[in-house]
Design a protein around this ligand. Structure first.
Ligand SMILES: [Ca+2]
Ligand SMILES: [Ca+2]
Ligand SMILES: [Ca+2]
Length: 199
């Protein structure tokens, strides 16, 4: 019996692995000043910002940032704004690194919303004033994320940079795989019953 349970878990695991798709963006391939809003549309995400375009920057505050990273165009004049990532694929995991060059404490926030604009996940942290670089925020959701908002609140120019965006698409088992899994389970049930009657 224990063996069959193990096999079922293995099968379920394989279905998940076969269909999960992880996208990681580090913006390193973009040249300084590139508008990155629609650069990754074919991978299922479009970026925007409540204050205009997002640009690739070759600044390097510190790890885990790597040049290039993202910055919003008018950060000197309007610090407290939202960056938004909107998905055209079913996403259930998202992470992003946010931070800047020391100077100020930065409270960083991440929120995920579904298609009905309902909050379905969030994360937050504090980037200390002594820190050159950033921290990672992440969230997992049980339903699909339509878009995420992320922003910082700080004393000086805010947490203007973000980098290392990762998102995972919801593993949706394909009909063929489900059929295979179903027949496997029926087979296992038969095997288990045979073994039981032998005893
Ligand atoms: Ca980077
Ligand atoms: Ca800071
Ligand atoms: Ca700051």
């Amino acid at each position: 019996m224990k063996k069959s349970v193990l096999v079922i878990f293995l099968l379920v695991g394989l279905v998940g692995i076969a269909n999960a798709d992880v996208v990681s963006l580090n913006f390193d391939e973009l040249s300084d000043g590139t508008v990155l809003n629609t650069q990754y549309q074919s991978q299922g995400v479009v970026f925007s910002n409540s204050d205009g375009n997002l640009l690739a920057s070759d600044d390097t505050p510190g790890p885990p940032f790597t040049a290039h990273m993202a910055i919003y165009a008018k950060y000197y004049t309007y610090p407290n704004n939202n960056s938004i990532a909107t998905f055209s694929v079913p996403v259930t995991f998202f992470s992003v690194v946010m931070g800047d060059y020391n100077q100020d404490e930065d409270n960083i926030y991440l929120e995920a919303y579904n298609i009905s604009n309902t909050l379905i996940g969030s994360d937050s942290d504090l980037v200390p004033s002594s820190m050159y670089g950033g921290k990672e925020l992440s969230l997992n959701t049980s339903s699909n994320i339509a878009y995420v908002k992320f922003w910082g609140v700080g004393y000086n120019n805010n947490s203007v940079y973000f980098d290392n965006v990762t998102f995972e698409t919801n593993p949706v088992p394909e009909p063929a795989t489900m059929l295979l899994l179903g027949s496997g389970l029926i087979g296992l049930a038969g095997y288990g019953r045979k073994k039981f009657f032998k005893k």
